[in-house]
Write a new protein. Structure first.
Length: 425
C-alpha cells in the first residue's frame, strides 16, 4: 500500500468498491462483504466501517483507528485527513497534531491549515504564526492566519505578513488569471476581528464597484458584516447598484434574530411579490423555520410557475418542505404534475423522486420507478461506462445479491482500463 497506488484507486475504483455501493452494502447489513474488502485494502469499505465503529465508544474508536491507520501511515491525504478529523472529534488533539505535522512540514497546504486549527485550540499562538506566517502569500492560509490569530495582541505582526490590498479576478474560478489575488475580503475580516468595524465597512464599500466591475463577493461580505453588528439603517439604505439582494437577505436575517418575524416576512414578501425568485426562496425558508409550511409551499408554487428558466432549486426546496411537513405523497404528486407541464430531464425526475423517498424514510428502489424513467439492466450492461457498472451493482445489492454486485464491479472496473480512461478524461 503506497500513496500513488491509493490515489490511483481512489480516482478509478480499480480493485475497490465505489462509495455508493459500499454505503448500500452497509445499509443492507452486508458487513461481512465490507470487512473482507477492507482487509484487502479497500479504502471506501474501511472508511464506512470506521465511521460506524467510531460512534460506539472507546472500543469502537480503537476499531476505527485499526481500520484506517494502515492507509494514514502512507501519508495519503484523504486517510490522514479522516483520521486526524476523528482524533480531533474525540478531543485527542495531541495525536492529531503528531499525525498532521509530517505532511504540514512538506508544505501540504491543507495539512498546514488543519494543524494550525488544532494548535490554536490549544492556544499555541506562537506556533500558529510560525506555521502560517511564511505561507501568507497563499490566500487560503492567510485567511486562516487572520481567523485564528487576529485580536490576540499580535495584530501588528499579522498585518506585516498579509499581502497588500487589491481587487482580484472577476472570475473567481479562473485559477490561471493574471489578475492580482483579491485580498479585500481578507483585510476587511482582519479589521473586523480587531474591532475596527467602521474601517472594515469603509474598505468593503469602496470596493463594491471598481473600474466599472461590480464585486458581488465584496457586497455580500459587507451586508453580512452590517447584519452581524446590527447596522439596520445601513442595510435599509444599501445602494441599489450592486448587492441589494445580499442586503435584503442580511436584513431579513437580522430581523429574524431579533424575533421580529412579521417584519422579516413582510420584507421578503414584498420583494417576492415583484417576481424575485431569490426573495421567494428566502421567504419560504423563513416561513418553514417557524412552522408555517403551508404558506412556504404557496410561495414556492407561485415562484416555480413564474420564475422561468431553470427553477429546480425552487422545486427541490418545495419538495423538501413538504416532506418535512409529513406530506411526502403531496410532494411526489406535485413534482410529477410540475414535470408533466414543464418538461425536463427524465433522469432528474427519477433522482428527485428517489430523493423525496429517501428524505421521507421510504425505501429507494430504482426498480420501482416508472419504466420510462429507468434504464433496464440490459442497457446498463451494454453501456460499458463506469456509471452504468456502479448503477447495476447498486441494483444487485438492493435485490439481496451482494456477492454478485462485487463480482460485477471486479469484472467491469478492474478489467476495463480503456473504458475507465475514456470515462475519466
Amino acid at each position: 500500500m503506497d500513496r500513488a497506488d491509493l490515489e490511483h484507486r481512489h480516482r478509478t475504483y480499480d480493485g475497490w468498491i465505489p462509495p455508493t455501493v459500499a454505503a448500500l452494502l452497509h445499509e443492507h447489513g452486508h458487513h461481512d462483504v465490507l470487512r473482507q474488502a477492507a482487509t484487502h485494502g479497500d479504502w471506501f469499505c474501511a472508511r464506512r466501517l470506521a465511521e460506524t465503529a467510531s460512534e460506539s465508544g472507546p472500543d469502537g474508536q480503537a476499531t476505527a483507528l485499526a481500520l484506517l491507520e494502515p492507509f494514514a501511515a502512507t501519508g495519503w491525504w484523504p486517510a490522514v485527513d479522516t483520521v486526524a478529523g476523528l482524533l480531533a472529534e474525540w478531543e485527542r488533539h495531541d495525536e492529531a497534531i503528531v499525525l498532521l505535522r509530517p505532511l504540514a512540514d512538506t508544505g501540504h497546504r491543507y495539512a498546514q491549515r488543519d494543524l494550525a486549527r488544532l494548535l490554536a485550540r490549544q492556544n499555541h499562538l506562537d506556533q500558529v504564526l510560525a506555521l502560517l506566517g511564511p505561507q501568507a502569500a497563499d490566500l487560503m492560509l492567510a485567511e486562516e492566519l487572520v481567523e485564528l490569530a487576529a485580536g490576540h495582541g499580535r495584530d501588528a505582526e499579522i498585518a506585516a505578513l498579509l499581502p497588500d490590498i487589491g481587487t482580484g479576478p472577476t472570475d473567481p474560478f479562473e485559477s490561471c488569471s493574471s489578475d492580482a489575488a483579491d485580498t479585500v475580503p481578507l483585510h476587511a475580516r482582519f479589521l473586523e476581528l480587531q474591532g475596527r468595524i467602521d474601517e472594515a465597512i469603509h474598505l468593503l464599500g469602496g470596493h463594491i464597484c471598481v473600474d466599472g466591475v461590480v464585486y458581488a463577493d465584496h457586497a455580500e461580505q459587507l451586508t453580512r458584516l452590517l447584519g452581524r453588528h446590527g447596522r439596520e439603517a445601513e442595510l435599509r439604505a444599501f445602494p441599489a447598484d450592486g448587492g441589494e439582494e445580499y442586503a435584503l437577505a442580511a436584513l431579513a436575517q437580522l430581523l429574524e434574530e431579533q424575533d421580529r418575524i412579521p417584519e422579516a416576512v413582510a420584507l421578503l414578501g414584498q420583494s417576492a411579490g415583484t417576481g424575485n425568485p431569490h426573495a421567494a426562496f428566502g421567504l419560504a425558508e423563513l416561513l418553514a423555520r417557524h412552522g408555517r409550511h403551508d404558506e412556504a409551499v404557496d410561495v414556492l408554487r407561485t415562484a416555480a410557475e413564474t420564475a422561468g428558466g431553470d427553477c429546480d432549486w425552487l422545486v427541490h426546496l418545495l419538495c423538501r418542505i413538504l416532506v418535512d411537513a409529513g406530506r411526502a405523497d403531496d410532494a411526489l404528486t406535485w413534482f410529477d404534475d410540475h414535470f408533466t407541464r414543464h418538461g425536463g430531464d427524465h433522469r432528474e425526475q427519477t433522482f428527485m423522486r428517489a430523493e423525496i423517498r429517501r428524505l421521507s424514510g421510504r425505501a429507494v428502489d430504482a426498480e420501482a420507478e416508472p419504466a420510462e424513467f429507468a434504464r433496464s439492466d440490459e442497457e446498463l450492461l451494454r453501456s460499458g461506462t463506469v456509471d452504468g457498472a456502479i448503477t447495476f451493482a447498486e441494483r444487485l445489492v438492493r435485490r439481496g445479491e451482494p456477492q454478485k454486485a462485487v463480482a460485477h464491479l471486479r469484472d467491469r472496473l478492474d478489467g476495463a482500463k480503456a473504458v475507465l480512461g475514456q470515462h475519466l478524461r
